[in-house]
Design a binder for this molecule. Structure first.
Ligand code: NAD
Ligand code: UDP
Ligand code: UDP
Length: 328
């Protein structure tokens, strides 16, 4: 049955893929975004669809629409962007969650929260199961994001217990793919853009820290499965890919796949940068019958193709990088 679905952060990297998937499934989609890190280009191809609607709106302000489901993705996601205006980052997570939960309460809509592996901080347990409470610095430069997302999880559970709101929480681990912003500073986009431009590849620290990278299509499938489980399936559920790589291994893969002549250079490790990260996917497999199917090499090739095409597009990769530097 066709549902009317609100996607906040819908012009961003993950949000635009989610809007596309929900439209393909036959739904009516309202996309809300303030374009802080999102781009019109990510959703331009959807604008001619009569079942797609775009609202420029900041989720820290209230929003009155009538919907059946809400996917709450609005929030800058990369360290460079969430640290640009940290107070606004916390407001987006906390006030944004309150407003969207208020909307869900009034309309009786089911609501999904894009939480993050960052709620585990710099983890002492490896891989991270959902039962782990995390090791997060409450006053560091990553705290606006980590604690904002932790508080959002608290609000989701309190609206669930106090007001019976039907909630879904996924803790998303590092995800990559086409439509990542070329200047958002995340490691996959940084390495690919640097390799394509023949610049040095910037490894922070000695490159032995690890991450587990999930291709966007796998992740979106997991999110939609979680949203459509029977009532009472609140989560939190980890979503990501279980294969773990060091940043040095990632850099070497990107150089090989782009046939780049770029060299590795080593820069200081940012404060509170987690040493290791890999999801325990036991719960996702059991509850969602889901596991990622796209290996890193395959996903990187599709992502490299996207950035190569961006280099040849009218706005151009250089233009986009410069534009973004000016507007930041
Ligand atoms: P993104 O920056 O591409 O998308 C975020 C979107 O939210 C952007 O379009 C931005 O303009 C919008 N936005 C920001 N503040 C807003 C506000 N106040 N009001 C309305 N819109 C606002 O990042 P993404 O990778 O697509 O992340 C989407 C969500 O998934 C975020 O909540 C992020 O925390 C979460 N997440 C992503 C990852 C990942 O690896 N990509 C990992 C964990 C969690
Ligand atoms: N809200 C919204 N849209 C709605 C309903 C509520 O944006 O359709 C916002 C509104 O700003 C409100 C917040 O959600 O302050 C929390 O709503 P709730 O009903 O929980 O609290 P209250 O209105 O009692 O403060
Ligand atoms: N990183 C790096 N070079 C870069 C960008 C990031 O070595 O140009 C490292 C970063 O220090 C971290 C890892 O890559 O250890 C993942 O960083 P990202 O910002 O993508 O995600 P997060 O730290 O939020 O997991």
């Amino acid at each position: 049955m066709k549902k009317r679905i609100l996607v906040t952060g819908g012009a961003g990297f993950l949000g635009s893929h989610l809007c596309e998937r929900l439209l393909n499934d036959g739904n009516d989609v309202i996309c809300v975004d303030n374009f802080f890190t999102g781009r019109k280009e990510n959703i331009a191809h959807l604008l001619s669809n009569p079942y797609f609607e775009m609202l420029r709106h900041d989720v820290t302000f209230s929003l009155y629409v009538e919907v059946d489901q809400i996917y709450n993705l609005a929030c800058p996601a990369s360290p460079v962007h969430y640290q640009f205006d940290p107070v606004q980052t916390t407001k987006t997570s906390v006030h944004g969650a309150i407003n969207m939960l208020g909307l869900a309460k009034r309309t009786k809509a089911r609501i999904f929260q894009a939480s993050t592996s960052e709620v585990y901080g710099d983890p002492e347990i490896h891989p991270q199961p959902e039962s782990y409470w995390g090791k997060v610095n409450p006053i560091g430069i990553r705290s606006c994001y980590d604690e904002g997302k932790r508080c959002a999880e608290t609000l989701f559970f309190d609206y669930h217990r106090q007001h019976n709101v039907d909630i879904r929480i996924a803790r998303i681990f590092n995800t990559y793919g086409p439509r990542m912003h070329p200047s958002d500073g995340r490691v996959v986009s940084n390495f690919i853009v640097q390799a394509l431009q023949g610049q040095n590849i910037t490894i922070y620290g000695d490159g032995s820290q690890t991450r587990s990278f999930c291709y966007v299509d796998d992740l979106i499938d997991g999110i939609v499965r979680l949203m459509n489980l029977e009532e009472g399936s609140t989560g939190p559920i980890n979503l990501g890919n279980g294969s773990e790589f060091t940043m040095r291994e990632l850099a070497e893969k990107v150089i090989r796949l782009t046939r780049s002549k770029s060299q590795l250079i080593f820069q200081p490790l940012p404060q509170d940068d987690p040493r290791q990260r890999r999801p325990d996917l036991g719960l996702a497999k059991e509850k969602l019958s889901w596991q990622p199917s796209i290996a890193l090499d395959e996903g990187l090739k599709m992502t490299i193709n996207y950035f190569e095409a961006l280099c040849g597009s009218p706005s151009g990769l250089d233009g986009l990088l410069n534009f973004h530097r000016q507007s930041a």
